[in-house]
Design a protein around this ligand. Sequence first.
Ligand code: GDP
Length: 297
Amino acid sequence: MFDALSGKLTGVFDKLRTRGALSEADVMEAMREVRLAMLDADVALPVVKEFTTKVRERAVGHEVLDSISPGQAVAKIVNDALIDALGGAGAVPLNLNAAAPIPILMVGLQGSGKTTTSGKIALRLQTREKRRVLLASLDVQRPAAQLQLQQLGERAKVASLPIVPGQSPVEIARRAMETGRREGFDVVILDTAGRLSIDEALMQEVREIRAATSPAETLLVVDAMTGQDAVNTAKHFNDAVGVTGIVMTRMDGDARGGAALSMRAITGAPIKLTGSGEKLEALEEFHPERVAGRILG
Ligand code: GDP
């Protein structure tokens, strides 16, 4: 992820850094290259435009071009703008400030990695934060889905809600919360059904589950490999049901990185976590400043 973008941007700034004085034309030329590199990396056009405008405005200020090492000053401005695009400094933690059992609602399209991510979050909360977690699959669309989550729970040594055939998603959600209360769980992770595409029935189902459980987090899981589709999916979900955070999976793949760079500006929702593999431990917090550092090499 980010390899091609990183290679190109590093090239642009290496060139600038080795120069003494810089002119406004040098900055304009560098910004043209940055713009092309970002478009190549599949960053959304409005995000690229805003990014390069912001950098140009800051960079052509006299303090920068007249500074001792203007190339480095411009690189620093780009670094800061990357951090902004990625969501600002610091990771945005999961919100666990609610009365137990805290409901966390997982939403997303089928195949995005939602069920795996539910297991990963459960494992993380249980081992790192010492919270007792209950996993519940509300997916009555795919016959094997509830079983899949139960097996993930067994692998992670996290409890899962017993499967009762014939219940609706809302009924399962209510039963999960009741079980959570009765049995003293701290967190209940509600894994909703994924669909092949966004449809109104899916959104209505999510709205009903939300109304029944008042989740502290509604986390949307998207696949980084799907690029701009991931951003469009996130925008739709956020507009339709409200999303409190994004989990971007398959960061271990060779995605070009555009989705991560466009997500905040286009959807308004922060990327809170990323998935970097199939293993249950492969879940990381999203630190914009570290990602920006990686992109600029
Ligand atoms: P769901 O349909 O959204 O619930 O998707 P699943 O959780 O069943 O995941 C679909 C496939 O993606 C499975 O084979 C997972 O092991 C895999 N997967 C999930 N997250 C990641 C990730 O971060 N990286 C990689 N490489 N594979 C992942």
